[in-house]
Design a protein around this ligand. Structure first.
Ligand SMILES: Cc1ncc(COP(=O)(O)O)c(C=O)c1O
Length: 349
């Protein structure tokens, strides 16, 4: 089937670009001796995770247990969940998963560590736990290197757990002093820091500037999107994911409406102007979305589309798009080569 025959809206992946993006970042990390542990929340597709591993990734990162379970079912056996796992229901699933794969998780408090320890008690398992450090994002994470040491000591004292190192997100230049000091303090206490896990597509080409970092978790680098373009981490001709839409209305000379809205693109703006970049009409702006309509202002365009015309959109945030579609189509030179089920979509638990 040709790309022109796909019904819209359709999410398509340029396979040549996808493969190049996977290979290029792997080569960069290899060059700098940093392990690659890509974040699969961007694609949620086991086959793409397997491509990343085949290219040299040591394992994968999943944000949620549900994603990790899907990936384990597909045979992926080394999974990091950099997320505080809380509550009996999840801890039970975590224990079951730890029996199946090499599993590591993150924790940022004694409460989380206690839950993990209780879950492992009597199982004969040893769960690897990294301490999450808040190096500037203001989300989860211990607040100081001294707190990181304290939590690491608690992990080493908790049976069923082993201290696996430190993690942070995103890897901006500011992480340096925090991670450097935390590693120094831990080593002074005789605690080995086997992994320091950084992440983020925006800072991916600067991973090597942090000598502490031993592994890197990037997600969006495989697809690219407007956010990644603005961050300067990728170029337009490297973006692999586009959404093909159809112009369904031209109610005024300036206005057009495409058949994708917030249920196609998500409402993420991420500080950008408009909800996507229309490749055929780069001066157009997707100014508003309702669930199934995208309203486009074509006033800055010298050429304008007619009803029925198909236009391709680079979304603001590719990870959100993955989570909204059951299937994603892989194309090569205009031909449909594969249709992937987004097996871990909706896995928020
Ligand atoms: C903990 C963690 N690690 C890695 C990533 C991957 O970063 P990016 O999406 O910028 O590639 C994310 C993204 O949200 C994250 O939350």
């Amino acid at each position: 089937m040709r790309i022109d025959n796909l019904d819209t809206p359709a999410v398509v992946i340029d396979l040549d670009r996808l493969e190049t993006n996977i290979a290029r970042f792997q080569a960069y990390l290899d060059r700098h001796g940093i392990a690659n542990r890509p974040h699969i929340k961007t694609h949620k597709i086991p086959q793409i995770a397997q491509m990343q591993i085949a290219a040299g990734a040591v394992g994968i990162t999943c944000q949620k247990l549900g994603e990790a379970e899907v990936m384990a079912d597909a045979g992926i056996d080394d999974i990091f969940i950099p997320y505080n796992i809380i509550g009996a229901a999840k801890l039970e699933r975590l224990t079951a998963l730890a029996r199946r794969v090499r599993l590591s998780v993150a924790a940022d408090s004694a409460a989380v560590v206690a839950g993990l320890g209780n879950a492992m008690a009597g199982t004969g398992l040893e769960l690897t736990v990294l301490v999450e450090c808040d190096t500037g994002m203001g989300r989860c994470g211990v607040q100081t290197p001294a707190e990181a040491v304290e939590l690491a000591l608690l992990i080493t004292r908790t049976s069923g757990l082993r201290f696996g190192g430190l993690m942070t997100y995103p890897s901006s230049p500011e992480i340096g002093p925090f991670m450097h000091e935390a590693v120094r303090l831990l080593r002074n206490r005789g605690i080995a820091v086997e992994r320091v896990s950084g992440g983020g597509t925006a800072g991916m080409w600067r991973a090597h500037e942090h000598p502490e970092i031993t592994e890197y978790r990037a997600g969006m680098y495989i697809y690219g999107d407007r956010y990644t373009l603005r961050a300067g981490a990728m170029q337009l001709e490297e973006c692999a994911l586009t959404i093909i839409t159809t112009v369904v209305s031209r109610p005024t000379p300036d206005r057009g409406v495409i058949d994708g809205g917030s249920k196609t693109f998500s409402s993420d703006l991420l500080g950008l102007e408009g909800y996507g970049l229309i490749l055929e009409y780069p001066e157009a702006r997707i100014v508003s979305l309702s669930e199934e309509h995208g309203v486009v202002d074509f006033s800055r365009c010298s050429q304008r589309p007619v009803v029925g015309e198909r236009v391709s959109v680079i979304p603001n945030h590719c990870c959100m798009v993955s989570n909204l579609f059951d299937e994603i189509v892989g194309i090569r030179r205009g031909n449909v080569e594969v249709v992937w089920r987004v097996a871990a979509r909706g896995m928020v638990r």
